[in-house]
Design a protein around this ligand. Sequence first.
Ligand code: PMP
Ligand code: GLN
Length: 386
Amino acid sequence: MNGSGPARRPQTTIFTRMSALAQRHAAVNLGQGFPDESGPARIVEAAAAAMRAGHNQYPPLAGIPQLRQAISEHQRHWYGLEPDPGEGVVVTAGATEAIAAALLALVEPGDEVIAFEPFYDSYKAGVEMAGGVLVPVRLEAPDYRPDLERLRSAVTDRTRLLLVNTPHNPTGTVFDRAELEAIAALAVERDLLVVTDEVYEHLVFAGREHVPLAGLDGMWDRTVTISSAGKTFSLTGWKIGWATGPAALVGRVAAVKQYLSFASGTPFQHGIVEALASGEKYYRGFAASYERRRDLMVAGLADLGFTVREPEGTYFVTTGIESFGVEDGMAFCLELPERCGVVAIPTQVFYADGDVPRPEVRFTFCKPEPVLEEGLARLRKGLRGQ
Ligand code: PMP
Ligand code: GLN
């Protein structure tokens, strides 16, 4: 591959491939991360009411003012951050568009972008579309914690931006305050921009806290923070995400967004205004319900012989599959639907060159408990013959 022409065209994502396999085999889909249940009825009703009330034309480029206000208020309430609802918030077609727009806006051809590896698949595609070079810094199994010395030595004169994701997909690591402070100090020292993907900000389990990088010393002016309603309110199909930060950076993201979607989802934006008015009880109940499912999956997978490290956040668990005598996570996952009637994601697609330290697969637990139990029972039958 020479970095230009057809070889650089993005490939079909693993999520599309694996969800198609799930359908073909009527498998329990523990691959692509989308819940089976819809989000709260009052939020769905708010979007339906907005449609009936005629909110069906283009929204403003940056999003409807009520939603920008609600996003700003959410950042203030939870983190004491105060993005300007006028110029410091842009609503996007999911976090995916926010990531692409931020990278296209902030990365110049030849710039290096550092991301912790494994990383969400759109990062590499986004960096490449911007003409940049993604430099991976590995989170080592089994703990998957950031190694700050390794990060420091990956920074060069060409490094433009750090792309951070916490809580982290696919490993479930929640970066702690000390780790984030060290990342922030490095960003300040080397004058780097930071894009931080915090879509799982409310999926953090007991004993951990979500710390937004934008709130740490010296970070506000250099940081674009990205989140999405899809995860927090179980409405992934609505594709309402956002980027927040200083007007100077958010304005650049919005300028690129003009030529991606321009704007999208007017009635859904109204629905998310209602969603963001949820009290703390909603968010606590949401995380608690996932913590129970995490515990069920972690115990069930460990019992089957997967090497499991308990995720601290997100709705994913990354497992080692060495005990099955398998070398290749992709082959394992391609075979799994037929062998067990279950779909999972091989994490090698989240590594820059597909070169994984050990064969690994990711399972999601964003399904009702009976579905998770059915998935575990099928794995037991298919893998252990019991
Ligand atoms: N970032 C991460 C880390 C994700 O896991 C996902 C999707 N689950 C996204 C971004 C994309 O979010 P959205 O569906 O809002 O585009
Ligand atoms: N973010 C979801 C996951 O990691 C999938 C989103 C997508 O299909 N692009 O499973």
